[in-house]
Design a binder for this molecule. Sequence first.
Ligand code: GLN
Length: 206
Amino acid sequence: MSNSSVKIGVLALQGAIEEHVQATKLALKSLGIEGEVLWIKKPEHLEGIQGLIIPGGESTVMGRLMETSGLLEAIKKFAKEGRPILGTCSGMVLLAREVYDRVVGKTGQPTLKLMDITVERNAFGRQGESFERDLEIPLLGEKKFKGVFIRAPIIQSMGGNVKPLCHINGKIVAAQQNNILATSFHPELAEDTRLHEFFLKKATEK
Ligand code: GLN
């Protein structure tokens, strides 16, 4: 596949969309790949897209909009074709097979169920609503990665096919299952494009 045709989509129903667009553009530049980053609002926008980012925001709102727009089914199909997806924060919640809230328990919200993980929403409680932490992510090299956590979820349990990529205080905050990647934190706010670069390499490898 020629590099000039790379098209990456950012789900653009709600949330931190433009931050991901900018981070992805910087990552493309740093890898020397020509490409476009497009807003995905309807199922037909996924045509020709090689990788999809599901941003942070409000997972209940985003999930409902995904259902009514037909994107819930379209994104499932997208993933089953082996195309990569990166979900950050709310995006992680939306990828999960099962979700519960730290306070209210099972949420019953619509999710893609593309990752064999159980996610706890708002897992850091009020004290930890928003914080930054230098993270060790061996996949990205030795240099620490700035983790920006905003009402972040954690992976509470997972199936054998899921590979944990990063922990804080014994909690899993990033993981990968084949073509699906999820982080509790916001890599688009890290001023460090290594995670987006890793994702782009997956999206462009053939
Ligand atoms: N707490 C939000 C949710 O569960 C996620 C917050 C975020 O994406 N920054 O959807």
